[in-house]
Ligand binder design. Structure first.
Ligand SMILES: Cc1cc2nc3c(=O)[nH]c(=O)nc-3n(C[C@H](O)[C@H](O)[C@H](O)COP(=O)(O)O)c2cc1C
Length: 371
């Protein structure tokens, strides 16, 4: 039995046409040797494309060495990248999906800060707006104007590589407490030059990256910007405490030419501010006037940063009604799915065939290898 969900309808966003509104959320898998994807990475993404996903956003890809999470994370700079990425991009597109590369610079962050093994800490100079990983938490060096200029160029160079490899677009990872987000957040940005001060000035770094990426690619190349209130080191953080502040935050990025915003939350339906029940993606869509991706706990019972959700989450197919209701009232244009797509590469097929009751739960062993 085939089922009509609004989520499965096609959509045109500027130059980009998607066969449905289901997006694979970017998920770091640390399964690359020397930062280059191989056949197993290709097959992993192609499987989600064959399963009906409309748009794949890759895991975060390093734009340079000082912003890298580690050598097992894919990169978009240095030797051998175009030859390594092209087959993966082709395989996804031949399987019927579009694909964006997520561009990632960790800034004043190291895996060791969240209790993970750190493979690059001792060899790179960690850089950030004010040398802070969190409130009064010194880490790495303060970026000089030359560091800022070089880093923006590195984002643009990575975008150019993605463009040459045939990606349909890029996503700038400006969320979760990494470098662009360290500029947004007043706690980690104490600068007094044009990149610090008001919220609008703190958004200038990401706006400059967007402009540089556009110049390095083409008009029709999609540029998505992922933002979040929460940070890896502070789940309760808020860059914008009101809708007015959110509008101020978004405007420089809209003016710079962002095509899509990806509003990252742990539960896609949760209200962003006390004054209404509109979600973060709903507010971002309303205030930016741009197509928006929502994310967080789609068809799962636990969010990914909760003690339980990191290791297990039950399937919640009953959410499909809520998803359609939120989409139809304009809370988002696209919906990204993380852990449920690890457990169900065929998520779209199951939902379209009326077999959502067969959706499998998320279990931690899915993270141990690319399947
Ligand atoms: C294993 C794993 C790796 C992740 N890596 C990234 C990443 O590279 N970039 C990013 O923006 N978000 C990353 N995230 C966050 C996801 O994109 C997504 O926002 C989060 O998992 C919530 O969606 P879910 O509840 O559907 O899993 C990661 C999440 C998981 C579970």
């Amino acid at each position: 039995m085939s089922v009509n969900h609004s989520l499965l309808s096609s959509v045109r966003l500027d130059a980009l046409t998607l066969k449905n509104r289901v997006v694979m959320a970017p998920m770091t898998r640390e399964c690359c040797a020397d930062g280059l994807p191989d056949e197993s990475n290709r097959d992993y993404y192609a499987l989600r494309a064959k399963g009906g996903t409309g748009l794949i956003i890759t895991e975060g890809c390093s734009v340079n060495a000082d912003g890298s999470f580690g050598n097992s994370v894919p990169r978009l700079y240095g030797e051998g990248v175009e030859i390594a990425w092209r087959p993966l991009v082709n395989a996804v597109q031949i399987s019927g999906a579009k694909i964006f590369a997520q561009l990632w610079h960790v800034g004043a962050f190291a895996p060791s800060l969240i209790g993970m093994h750190d493979s690059v800490d001792d060899v790179v100079r960690r850089l950030s707006p004010s040398g802070l990983a969190g409130p009064e938490q010194s880490f790495g060096a303060v970026m000089s104007p030359a560091d800022i200029e070089r880093t923006i160029s590195d984002f643009a160079a990575a975008a150019a590589v993605a463009h040459r490899c045939g990606f349909d677009g890029i996503e700038i990872h400006a969320a979760h407490g990494y470098l662009p987000d360290q500029f947004f957040w007043h706690v980690t940005n104490l600068r007094s030059d044009r990149y610090g001060g008001s919220l609008s000035d703190r958004a200038a770094f990401t706006a400059d990256i967007i402009r540089a990426c556009r110049l390095a690619t083409s008009e029709g190349f999609a540029i998505s910007v992922r933002i979040s209130q929460w940070k890896q080191l502070d789940y309760e953080a808020q860059v914008a405490t009101t809708a007015n502040e959110l509008e101020t935050w978004l405007k420089p990025m809209v003016d710079a030419g962002a095509n899509i915003f990806h509003a990252s939350t742990r539960k896609f339906w949760q209200p962003a501010f006390t004054e209404s029940d509109l979600s973060f993606s709903g507010w971002v869509r309303k205030l930016s006037g741009k197509p928006t991706i929502a994310v967080g706990s789609v068809t799962l019972g636990n969010d990914f940063k909760s003690a339980e959700g990191k290791t297990a989450a039950s399937a919640a197919p009953e959410q499909l009604e809520l998803i359609d209701a939120c989409l139809n009232r304009g809370d988002f244009d696209l919906l990204a799915i993380g852990r449920a797509l690890l457990a169900n590469p065929d998520w779209v097929t199951l939902v379209a065939d009326g077999r959502a009751a067969e959706l499998r739960p998320f279990t931690k062993n899915l993270l141990d290898q690319l399947v």
